[in-house]
Design a protein around this ligand. Structure first.
Ligand SMILES: Cc1cc2nc3c(=O)[nH]c(=O)nc-3n(C[C@H](O)[C@H](O)[C@H](O)COP(=O)(O)OP(=O)(O)OC[C@H]3O[C@@H](n4cnc5c(N)ncnc54)[C@H](O)[C@@H]3O)c2cc1C
Length: 500
């Protein structure tokens, strides 16, 4: 057992050195008191079952990069393995921990876990410092400013933060003293595991398009911030959901894992916009970052935000169950080429454009399949590199017209929507290669192609590519009626509640 005391920084969704105040607090404490410093990351034993393979690869790459960056300042990352609530109390005793720093997260599971750890720390006199550093604004302050409730519209949110000064970000570059190195500093057992070591066969994954880590995140941010005119002209609705290369920044996986600070992104955007004519929220790039802030405030202030039942902002809709349709949707086998291309891109690469997410989320829920947004959110959690508890739930509620957006009668067509930006169907040809040789005329509706055309293209519908699982033209009209009825019931229930 070590006699010296230890300061721990517990990394979770803050996998970076820049703009990491909690980490700097830990370093200062260890330096000033000549204590050991242990920056840790906890890997749960069943991580392979909790995180999809692509995201797990992104996470391990990010941890590897974090270790490299910590070593540059004479420290390292200590990977510890086990369930945090069991493992940390044990380790804190063994290491004689007296000071713990971490960032505030809002994912309901993390909140529960933190309550247990903080209770233990209180009992053992371990001083805990928590910093809010995953968002630009302090979401609790925004809620307080709104008299304790969450802003239900984006414009309301913007008005609440309009005159908030956003603090500067900090850098951590100073060398840490050798005195802070614990006796087990060199131990191999704390190294970042490989994919194989966590049970993933890397050869089964496709090429890595978006490598994880702070270094990559900062590089990507700089590339985009150097394209000043592009940033100033950015209008989200005019970006393409089906371009072969992304038409937006793909900073989301880096921001979600905390490899890139949202606050740094904010300040860089401000610098670019300064003195230039630029687009405005909600469509500008700054507007996109503000959507993130909006959903964070909503998620932080709403109980059961990731569920329909017990969630006060969520309209209760009697969704149906259909395992066969859900599976077909998740695997990109609905028989609608645009929907299938999007779901296959998601599964292969871990990222899809925001409007592509609109398309498939609407299709699964109110548009076509009438399956709960909670089911879709689970599939996204598995596949997305940028999975984020509040953004995923918030956007799914939006798309299913369960919260924040109420024009349920505006449904995306799986045929017409994609054509607007990709008439020839190049995107479909890439991700649904069975249809590669189809004439453009039929690429969005292969079932309409005469059998002879299907045979010449080498793909017969119903044999080489699935038949449509529903008929959009019919089913979306029925679903609009069901939404209408659900809205009525909810309205009546609310009126009754008000009367009581
Ligand atoms: C059903 C559904 C589920 C989603 N789930 C997630 C999720 O789990 N994690 C996630 O990060 N985003 C999610 N989004 C939001 C959005 O699609 C992605 O943030 C965006 O497409 C990421 O690409 P980008 O980095 O190129 O975005 P850009 O357009 O370049 O925007 C820059 C940044 O702004 C933020 N942002 C952009 N759009 C939104 C939005 N609508 N809501 C919140 N933040 C936004 C992201 O941090 C993004 O990186 C979801 C959207 C839908 C419709």
């Amino acid at each position: 057992m070590s006699t010296l005391q230890t300061v721990v920084h517990w990394f979770r969704l803050d996998l970076r050195l820049h703009d990491n105040l909690a980490l700097r607090n830990a370093i200062n404490e260890a330096e000033n008191r000549k204590h050991y410093l242990k920056p840790i990351y906890v890997i749960e034993p069943d991580i392979k079952n909790k995180i999809g393979a692509n995201r797990l690869r992104f996470l391990l790459q990010s941890l590897q990069d974090l270790d490299v960056n910590l070593r540059k300042i004479n420290s390292r990352l200590f990977i510890v393995k086990g369930r945090a609530v069991d493992l940390l109390p044990e380790l804190f005793e063994k290491w004689n921990v007296k000071f713990l720093t971490l960032q505030v997260d809002i994912d309901a599971e993390l909140v529960k876990q933190d309550e247990i750890i903080e209770k233990f720390c209180e009992e053992k006199d371990i001083f805990v410092v928590k910093r809010m550093q995953h968002t630009v604004y302090d979401f609790n302050s925004v809620i307080k400013k709104n008299n304790g409730g969450i802003p239900l519209t984006y414009q309301k949110f913007l008005s609440l933060v309009a005159d908030t000064q956003v603090k500067d970000t900090i850098e951590i570059a100073k060398q840490i003293s050798d005195d802070c190195k614990s006796t087990d500093f060199e131990l191999e057992e704390y190294k970042v595991p490989s994919l194989e070591e966590v049970g993933i066969n890397e050869s089964e994954l496709l090429e890595c398009k978006y490598p994880g880590g702070e270094t990559e995140g900062l590089k990507r941010l700089n590339i985009y911030m150097n394209k000043k005119q592009w940033v100033c002209n950015f209008e989200k609705p005019n970006s393409s959901p089906n371009s072969i290369e992304p038409s937006t920044t793909v900073l989301s996986p880096y921001i979600s894992h905390g490899c890139l600070s949202a606050k740094l992104f904010y300040h860089k955007l401000k610098q670019v916009e300064n003195g230039m004519k630029h687009t405005l929220p909600p469509v500008s790039l700054m507007g996109q970052l503000m959507w993130r802030e909006f959903y964070y405030v909503a998620g932080a202030g709403t109980k059961n935000f990731d569920k329909m039942v017990g969630n006060t902002v969520c309209t209760q809709i009697p969704w149906g169950k259909n395992e066969v349709h859900l599976k077909a949707w998740a695997e990109g086998k609905t028989g609608y080429p645009f929907v299938d291309a999007i779901m296959r891109q998601l599964k292969q690469e871990g990222w899809i454009h925001h409007l592509a997410r609109h398309m498939v989320a609407c299709f699964l829920t109110r548009g076509d399949l009438w399956i709960s947004w909670e089911e879709g959110a689970k599939v996204f959690e598995d596949y997305l590199l940028d999975y984020d508890w509040s953004l995923n739930a918030g956007n799914w509620m939006w798309l299913s017209a369960s919260a924040f957006f109420y024009k349920y009668y505006r449904v995306y067509s799986p045929v017409a929507f994609g054509k607007k930006t990709d008439k020839e169907g190049l995107y479909i040809r890439k991700y649904v290669p069975e249809l590669k040789k189809y004439p453009s005329e039929f690429i969005y509706e292969p079932w309409k192609a005469p059998k002879s055309v299907q045979r010449t293209a080498g793909c017969v519908v119903g044999e080489d590519y699935p038949n449509r699982i529903v008929d959009h033209d019919k089913v979306h009209k029925v679903n609009i009626q069901k939404m209408n009825a659900a809205y009525k019931v909810n309205k009546e229930k609310k009126a009754l509640k008000r009367k009581r």
